[in-house]
Write a protein that binds this ligand. Sequence first.
Ligand code: LLP
Length: 421
Amino acid sequence: MDHFLYRNGVLHAEDVPVPQIAEAVGTPFYCYSTATLTRHYRLFEEALEGLDHVVCFAMKSNSNQAVIRTLGNLGAGMDVVSGGEYRRARAAGVPGDRIVFSGVGKTREEMRVALEGGIRQFNVESEPEMQALSEVAVSLGVAAPIAIRINPDVDARTHEKIATGKAENKFGIPIARAREVYAEAAALPGIEVVGIDVHIGSQLTQLEPFEAAYLKVAELTRALRADGHEIRRLDLGGGLGIPYTQSNEVPPLPMQYGELIKRTVGDLGCEVEIEPGRLISGNAGILVSQVIYLKSGEGRDFLIVDAAMNDLLRPSLYAAHHDIVPVIEPAPGAEQAPYDVVGPVCETGDTFAKQRNLPPVGPGDLIAFRSAGAYGAVMASEYNTRPLVPEVLVNGDQFAVIRARPSFDEIINRDTIPEWL
Ligand code: LLP
């Protein structure tokens, strides 16, 4: 459930009519709901009740500081994957001891920033990275807490671009080598082993792959303890999928996921961390756009809208489906017709949906792409010199611009012309 519903025939974000926001900020824009963010975060909190745990929001899915602060105020930790995200989390007020640092390519500089600023743990993905972290920590005279990300060789059964837990993926160290690598870690100065990390992919719509991975983690925990390592924390990653359509398959609920966690690793006495992104932010956001033209093509009609692939990349990058709804509620029983919904960018790939059945919409009408709160604004670019679209956060009957649309001057003045020109 989210908080984008029709009321009196008009789409609302919580208590705010979407056209009112469009009037104030122009289109396109992203709009997030505080109530939905809160609700989704709490679902995970409730699912893990009874376990010592931290829910670390995967900031890569939505890193606006207002979103981070909303979740941080509820007690959320953060999963960051770059020095930039680390800085954002801190700027939004999240304490270092609630931040885990993931990613295969952390630089020494990023390690230093996190060690100096305070960090809960680094999720280390390779031996060279562990060596580098050891050197940086020693140079600063501190010990870096680490979990080693293991690759359990499990098929997440999701889109190939977002599966991470198969042996052929670049992530983690092969589980077969884990004991060896933990032994190396224990011998390294400046490294304090605190646990095990695993993340097998994103938009998982079944529990079985999680179960397979977590059972392997439980087995490894016992083996490593037998080897003399103190394994006190398990980071179980993110990846629980969301419904992108209101019609078909319903992914497992956080509560079922929590039960699975308790069943597979609950008896180990470890502190559990999870890193959900999409499930918290995905359905907490929409992208609102205006129809520019309706163009009749050869056997098909194109709905040309003012949002484009640079604003919401998922459909062109992953052939992802986002429900599209008119902001003014269609009359009951209104006839639908198929449209290709496209943006203004000069690429055929700038297509949001092909032959999508929509109720009557025309130039000037507002539409909303649903489930756009995760991996939407964060993956946007200024391709075609299109300004990054603004982000708006709604809370009850209030709304605020949480990132303004840049002016063309701001964009153009970022370039500098060399002297010789
Ligand atoms: N933890 C790690 C280490 C991750 O790599 C990811 C996502 C997450 C947590 C959060 O996963 P989530 O709960 O959001 O599924 N841009 C793609 C998704 C990329 C996911 C990358 N890693 C998309 O738009 O579908």
